[in-house]
Design a protein around this ligand. Sequence first.
Ligand SMILES: NC(=O)N[C@@H](CC(=O)O)C(=O)O
Length: 428
Amino acid sequence: MSKILIRGARVLGGEPQDVLIDGAEIAEVGQDLAADGAEVVEAGGKVLLPGLVDLHTHLREPGREDSETVLTGTRAAASGGYTTVFAMANTFPVADTAGVVEQVWRLGKESGYCDVQPIGAVTVGLEGRKLAELGAMHESAAGVTVFSDDGKCVDDAVIMRRALEYVKAFGGVVAQHAQEPRLTEGAQMNEGVVSAELGLGGWPAVAEESIIARDVLLAEHVGSRVHICHLSTAGSVEIVRWAKSRGIDVTAEVTPHHLLLTDELVRSYNPVYKVNPPLRTEADVMALREALADGTIDIVATDHAPHPHEDKDCEWAAAAMGMVGLETALSVVQHTMVDTGLLTWAGVAERMSVKPAEIGRATGQGRPVAPGEPANLTLVDPAYRGTVDPAGFASRSRNTPYEGRELPGRVTHTWLRGRATLVDGKLQ
Ligand SMILES: NC(=O)N[C@@H](CC(=O)O)C(=O)O
């Protein structure tokens, strides 16, 4: 069994310590550990976190391998410090059967770069009309626990109620993409001052908030668990805060881009800023940061949405929605939350590893950095300053809103059960 000694790492941002990995597990954590034939990684005060877990990744396989494959997506994940990604169901065919989720799960195993946990569709073909085979997907080898029609909202209240009731039986969760379809017909960007000036169809905050309000009430009514994808408005935060204060079993995520970018960027008409839900206002961004800090929003999820050049390099209205995010997520979170004093590194570990693993029931992930635990680890250099260059991405797609932007921090090493997937920023 191979041994690795990580020397002088600030575990969860604390005082420097040594961490000894033996095989797939952490053997020891302490001061001045003996190398004893182990390969030594000098951490030099870098921050060591449990491997990151992304509850919201689009891997595009099967069907859109021109955007991303399970292999390229998991390589991007390892580059970004992730050891688990949950793969969204909006593939072609849709992941709405045991067969498709098992295929994605198997491709994840073959990739070896991170664990891939498929998400099952809530409804057949994401069409919102008929429940998919939730039980069969749960009982398949993939062991699906998270169900989502992401990209589309489960807008029928009866279907949503049934899904919540169904997953309750096995401790699953429905992850809702909150977007009232009628209120967002033809919508191109956030509804507000900028959309009025640009003459682009507006996407009102209420389209998101009304679905969240309905779904937390449904979750309360049936006594089930609901997760809200990519919160983007200050009003959504207020509803989730209210629901939590009532004891409703709701969790929520925010994307890195909604913690940083605003709809002012749409003035450029550059489709790289076109995303669902849309970029909102500065006041929304500030409310989301505060909610992530105080725990109203539980986790950061990337909504990594790769698209090929031709689907983005066109006029605004025709462009696909979505941004890649796995390889820049931690830097954006450091920039918006750590460097602003809103979160400690321990808080980052909680929101990007521990809680997403809990919500998705990812066994062996999001665990403490302690002896006997699986060696799923991420080493971050927070002092690094660099400019985002998509040419260096492992993802097959390049649709990042951060090209040319200076962002702090860099993941240098990632270990998946003791196997290095990233060393000195290079994929292994
Ligand atoms: N988040 C995005 O902007 N895009 C997502 C799906 C979606 O529309 O939510 C995608 O799959 O591309």
